[in-house]
Design a protein around this ligand. Sequence first.
Ligand code: NAP
Length: 293
Amino acid sequence: MHVTGKTRVCAVIGDPIEHSLSPCIHNAAFKHLGLDYIYVAFRVRRGMLRGAIEGMRSLGIHGLNVTMPHKIEVIQYLDRLDEYASMVRSVNTILNRDGLIGYNTDGVGALRSLRIHIKDLGDAKVIILGAGGASRSISFSIAQEAGELVILNRTVWKAKELAERISKATGKNVKWGGIDKIEDEIEDANIIINATSVGMHPRSSESPVSVDLLRKDLIVFDLVYNPLETKLLKEAKYVGAKTIDGLTMLVNQGAASFEIWTGEKAPFNIMMEAALKHLMKSRNEPGKVNFKV
Ligand code: NAP
């Protein structure tokens, strides 16, 4: 990498940030396409966000990824939001071009991940488990594309509130209920998405869906990426279902950010390979089993 006075700077901001995969994913993509960009990570603590965004303006930082805990608070410091970010009210990508524009690429990242197995969601019934930040950031885009969407969550009022917000924003009817409704809903479903933290390290022996409910004709998508192959995905593979892991989602949302900053088609396979290599290396280093966007 040859850094010059013309090199464009992109970065991820969040706290914690040291295990972020984004620098390795994006720098591999810049290098592959011969783009004069560099990507770094900045730890920005709560209370320091306004200063960080002002810093982006004054230093001319070209693009940022925004991660926990800043995805909602950052909105007030930006000049404009794209349509999806304003619907979701959460920003994970900023472009510095004639002002700061906020985007959310999680929705498109989820759709691209699903399209590995299904091109058109128009006839599909999709169940999303969870109503937290991850669910919120993907479920509006899925509602727009899917034949039917059902949101199930342990805390039922959160599923109701999210489903009602999505219905209002997209005009689509979204069903909601408690996570215990899964038995009834899964019978005629085509896709099930885990957007809860169930199955995540250190509780990796848990799955949000009993194996008896899984079928060969389902697509099972788990947003959890630590571990890479969750219990849910292992059991889905065992019954012959098609599966999508959280790393595929993570790289797809990163690829969409890359395209916003560069205007170039992101080299998905290069980014995925870089992420996997980084993870393999980290596994051998004590204390580095965890990783984040
Ligand atoms: P969050 O905002 O804290 O929401 C957590 C969700 O999990 C809530 O719906 C919560 O239900 C549910 N939950 C937690 N423990 C549960 C349990 N024991 N039984 C049933 N439901 C339970 O977290 P988040 O940001 O949405 O993240 C969720 C997961 O997605 C995490 O594993 C995260 O790493 C992953 N993620 C992946 C990507 C990616 O790119 N692959 C991106 C973002 C997040 P209640 O409302 O009832 O508490």
